[in-house]
Design a protein around this ligand. Structure first.
Ligand code: 5GP
Length: 172
């Protein structure tokens, strides 16, 4: 069993998500954005975030290839499950759990832009800026965190630990 150290408590995460939801609700007042959750890691964040929004939203999901049980990015991105509906003409918000090298988001931004949404913005709970390989604009960021491998709050290591309520650093 690996050691775990709490980086962000469930309370800290909840508090920050309420702030993010307020800002997003203000920015999208009178609109009905489509939130695209990136499976699997972002599903916990997405489900908490939408319950603090006070605007109507639509939800869809896209699944991309992850690291598997490895903790470093391969740089190869593959769509495992695509969106159910067209996003043409919609106000789209990508909801990601963590931006690390940026390769996944960079690919998704290119891919989704080509489907002609009315607008496309990015929400991420976590950002590890030290490891960025491609520059990109993150519109809403919960926390900037150091270059450590984190688990919990939807994030896994080899499919374990997603159910932890705190975000923890995994010490192998
Ligand atoms: P990127 O393409 O930006 O390098 O990686 C993004 C994806 O890598 C995230 O959606 C997530 O699935 C995974 N990832 C990056 N850093 C971590 C981490 O610290 N912990 C976990 N569990 N996954 C990570």
């Amino acid at each position: 069993m690996e050691n775990k150290e709490v980086l962000l408590s469930a309370e800290q995460i909840d508090q920050r998500i309420q702030e993010m939801a307020k800002q997003i609700s203000r920015d999208y007042q009178g609109k009905r954005p489509l939130l695209v959750g990136i499976l699997k890691g972002a599903f916990v964040f997405l489900s908490d975030l939408i319950r603090y929004l006070d605007i109507p939203v639509e939800i869809d999901f896209i699944a991309v290839s992850s690291y598997g049980a490895d903790t470093s990015s391969s740089g190869v991105v593959r769509i495992l499950k695509d969106l159910e509906h067209s996003i043409q003409g919609k106000e789209v918000l990508i909801v990601e759990d963590i931006v690390d090298t940026g390769l996944t988001l960079n690919y998704l931004i290119d891919n989704l832009s080509s489907r002609q949404p009315k607008s496309l913005k990015v929400i991420t709970l976590l950002d590890k800026p030290d490891r960025r390989k491609v520059e990109m604009k993150v519109d809403y960021c919960g926390f900037k965190i150091p270059d450590r491998f984190v688990i919990g709050y939807g994030l896994d290591y080899g499919e374990d630990y997603r159910q932890l309520t705190d975000l923890c650093i995994l010490e192998p």
